[in-house]
Design a protein around this ligand. Sequence first.
Ligand SMILES: Nc1ncnc2c1ncn2[C@@H]1O[C@H](COP(=O)(O)OP(=O)(O)OP(=O)(O)O)[C@@H](O)[C@H]1O
Length: 743
Amino acid sequence: MALKRDHEKRPLWVCPDGHIFLEAHTPLYTQAYDFLVAIAEPVARPEFVHEYRLTPFSLYAAVAVAIDTESIIRVLNRLSKVEVPEGVNTFIRDHTQRCGKAKLVLKRGRYYVESPHPDVLRALLKDREIETARIKGDDEEEGEAGGEFIQSEAAQEMDANLEFKQLAAEAEGGGDDDDQVMHFKVSSEQVEAVKRAALSMDYPLMEEYDFRHDVTNPNLPMQLKPNTKIRQYQEKSLRKMFGNGRARSGIIVLPCGAGKTLTGVTAASTVKKSTLVLCTSGVSVIQWKYQFQLWTDIPEKNIACFTSDTKDAINPDACVLITTYSMLSFSGRRAADVELIINQIRNREWGLMLLDEVHVVPATMFRKVLNICNAHCKLGLTATLVREDDLISDLNFLIGPKLYEANWMDLTAGGYLANVQCVEAWCPMTAEFYREYLNESINHRKKELLYVTNPNKFRTCEFLVQYHQERGDKIILFADNVFALRRYSELLGIPYIYGGTREAERQRILGLFRLNTLVNCIGLSKVGDTSIDIPEANVIIQVSSHFGSRRQEAQRLGRILRPKANMGEGFNAFFYTLVSTGTSEMFFSAKRQQYLVDQGYTFKVHEPNLRVGVAVERESQLLPCLVEVVADLVEHANAMQNSKLKNKAAELDLLATVLNSDTDKADDEENEVLERTAVDAIDDMSLGRAKVQRRTGNMSELSGAGGARYVEFAANATDKVIARERQEKSKAALFKMRYSKKA
Ligand SMILES: Nc1ncnc2c1ncn2[C@@H]1O[C@H](COP(=O)(O)OP(=O)(O)OP(=O)(O)O)[C@@H](O)[C@H]1O
């Protein structure tokens, strides 16, 4: 690949296989990043060079936000250090030519197929099903909305950047087309058939909501409060959604703690129509309501919650209703009052549907929810577009394409997220525990318990708790295994929360943790992975986790990502994973970290006999005292005078308790109480409990987390299969297969 003469000024390398590398230190980084994230999937974004990949879905998403084929090719070529290979141009043309040429728009309660290209409408009308669905004799012309959108100060600053404007204008050149838009009306009963038929002709219909001209649905009396200022990345993501004055359905990906809730609230206050918010738990429902009231002036009578504990009256005019996926998708017998509310939800038109933690909900649950609710526009919000099964692709079709994905490291550099030091401490098993671990007659649950309660791990944890408490830090101890959580908490003398903890007790413990300077460490089971908002926490010590779940790892990290008071002073939050060496935990740990590594996090691995970790490049940024501690972690721990496991007798006592424990009972207790929502269902599929056949490739293509290192057992083979599949499947086949399967 020959370099262009002025290649130094250009930030991209475009490779013949569709991989694109972005130099993160160039002056045009921000502009190139905005463009790339719109057209390609991020693969890995470490500190200096980021890797992206063009995929059919990423190009579909680009077209969905009104970037046309020739603009993609032109801007890519402008930013590239080398001439863009002809194969890449062909790939872009092949996968964008027909996408976005036609839209399905709901206006004043009527569905229209719209296109600025008369030949596309003519081609569509040649299909019998579409022709039958067409309602003739409607020549109503629609004007274009002005596209007025809430502008934050940050956005205005960005607009001042002329270079960006020029690139963005080129990249978003497709917008003009809407001026000469043509349409035909279709019967609302046959919308599904029209979508299917259009898809079979390779014209997937983009869905948009012309909310400004919707006079059928009443307006929601809700404005952002004057002091509410959305941040630059929140504004950018919303511009992708409201780019042409309408609301596009799709997914926004923002890191944990970056403010997805306010992004959703701003979307709702822009659309100003009835909004249905779907959360994963009752605690999230309460937090969403709180944030609606914090950021907007919504009257109390216009906001309602619907959970197993709370069943507020739903305002018959416009309202915000916040509920959980499980409340809507539950298929057993419902109580009469619940049934009544479900019917109210079913029988009204929702302007916007906000889907929180969208990646954790299985497709079957989504279908049920989507069947119940009639929403003009769907916005999915997530921190980790990553799942351990292959179902991420379903989101593209059930909700819409990914509209925006923020870069974790950029947000950290901008002071919006805490700067986290990640450490993986390897703790050797003690001889007695290891002997039992290797004993073939011991079942896998007990083996898991043995490596979690390994005395060396316990002492390392004990040491870290003590060390960070002395620094005045607030510590969360994460243990998935409830038996281990209890043992650790009892030995450390800390309160803990698990599935069986009553709500009042949970609130009491969290309150103490937040406000009481004497309670600086709490234990959490997986109920604390999401939804528990403790911005004060700045240290996580993870002693047991759910197999290789990358989602869980990222969400746990999210608990300490809230910006800290001492921003700008190097690392101000610490994420420790304690791993027992020579056990299966080592394998799971590497897999769990992959998503965060791809986001640019460096895990400093501490081996007891290897004083310098593998990721030494950030060593200098460590707090001086921590350098010393990390270098001698296990040695320090073992030298502790006041350890609760101070001698062999105490270790053997623990071993006996573990071997005689009824671990199944403890786990069952947790599972009984935990609402078995999507989170469990997905993770059960991850490792160890997989009930599904693992297919190769699809998820990584879509989630951007698809390094060979993630796909288990046969990385090279997997890559070959993906490459072959890609060659074999035409874009048409891809869409047909995906959609017709779901239809
Ligand atoms: N524009 C903003 N201005 C001020 N504070 C903000 C803004 N956006 C978000 N925040 C604050 O940041 C914190 C995190 O927001 P939020 O709970 O929405 O994060 P999240 O992305 O949903 O995180 P998680 O995935 O962990 O639930 C909240 O305390 C919120 O009030």
